[in-house]
Design a protein around this ligand. Structure first.
Ligand SMILES: Cc1cc2nc3c(=O)[nH]c(=O)nc-3n(C[C@H](O)[C@H](O)[C@H](O)COP(=O)(O)O)c2cc1C
Length: 115
């Protein structure tokens, strides 16, 4: 079952032009779950990235403001520089913004801008 799911993701990755990655901030960085996903990218990205993949965007949620340095280090290092993807933007929300209608609308607009 698990093997099957992995294959499905790898197949989608072969066709994908853009990645949209999302994570809460846990202990000043991306979540352990997203880190595991990035680690699994190694087999798909080595020695060259998935051939159609050109762009990446990131969505982050945190408790406090300005908690994104660790996640941005990973975004830049792993996706912009290592995989040489185009930066389509980073969307962030913190604290009470996470549950606000205004922020939800902004996120919808951000999503719609990703082409
Ligand atoms: C294990 C854990 C670690 C966290 N570490 C941080 C942190 O270092 N900085 C921060 O601003 N928020 C931290 N948070 C808060 C989460 O980022 C926040 O709960 C998440 O973005 C979801 O937002 P919500 O709780 O308003 O739904 C942490 C939450 C958990 C569960």
């Amino acid at each position: 079952m698990e093997v099957h799911i992995h294959r499905e993701v790898y197949n989608l990755l072969k066709e994908a032009e853009m990645l949209v990655i999302a994570s809460p901030i846990y202990y000043h960085g991306i979540s352990g779950q997203l880190k595991c996903v990035i680690d699994r990218f190694y087999s798909a990205a080595y020695p060259r990235g998935p051939k159609n993949l050109k762009k990446v965007a990131m969505i982050l949620s945190s408790g406090d403001a300005n908690m994104y340095e660790g996640a941005l280090f990973s975004f830049k290092g792993d996706f912009l520089d290592y995989l040489r993807l185009e930066n389509m933007g980073v969307f962030t929300a913190h604290g009470s913004e996470n549950k606000s209608e205004k922020k939800r609308e902004e996120l919808r607009a951000f999503g719609a801008s990703l082409r």
